[in-house]
Ligand binder design. Sequence first.
Ligand code: LP5
Length: 254
Amino acid sequence: MATLLISDLHLHPGTPEITEGFLRWLEERACGCEALYILGDFFEAWIGDDLLDLAGQDPSGHADLSARVAVALRRLADDGTALYLMHGNRDFLLGERFAREAGATLLPDPSVVELGGRPLLLMHGDSLCTRDTAYQAFRAQARDPQWQAQVLAMPIVERIALAAKLREQSGEATSNKAEAIMDVTPDEVVRVMTEHGVSTLIHGHTHRPAVHELEVDGRPARRIVLGDWQPGQGWEVVIDDGGEPQLRDVTLGQ
Ligand code: LP5
């Protein structure tokens, strides 16, 4: 049975083609798989699991989308596929409640998992972009449990406004950053792979799908980068009986 890994779907009510394509991919592709790993930025922005309480009464469509996706994941989990969710830089507030309703387990970033008979290092990928010091400062603050508790105590409307403000600031900041700064730092990749004793790393975040050959501890190694999903096209890594992780682009039907 195959294991699938995906990342960076950025699900949002404004992009129904991606949502519909993903729900169809779940039924046609993921159904019957041993495990599905979602390596962050599953949602475009996550403001707290209590969004699920608003299903059926949120005109923006965010709550309905979240509830619908949770139900679809739950169906897959109930059919026997193990589901794992890792946080990304957009959905770091995704919590235990969503995971429970989706039948998924929250996976720490980084995580080493044994797949296809070998240890693989799984990450979202944002922590590898160490040259982006402004982002790393933001990340440290946004991952601070005290800051998160304060934010989650805010009324939902204020959280929606804060998320929109952060997105606006991020858009302005990224438009002024060099492309290389927003990619992973090669030395950091080697450092984390050495630290975890792996020769394969799979991550997303950069939206630059590719398989990079490198050397770690004098041995050949690989960094597989998942792509972001667009209307009509997604990306997956599949690990089947052969054990070799394969990066594939996927045509998404409606
Ligand atoms: O996301 P993307 O692709 O545009 O750019 C990312 C980095 N930006 C971010 C910020 C997120 O986009 C913000 C959206 C979060 C939505 C959910 C929020 C829920 C919590 C709030 C509501 C409850 O991750 C960007 C990187 C880029 O990837 C490439 O790696 O460069 O980093 C930045 O743009 C960061 C800026 O350089 C500096 C930060 C500006 C905001 C400062 C506000 C400080 C307020 C304190 C909050 C912690």
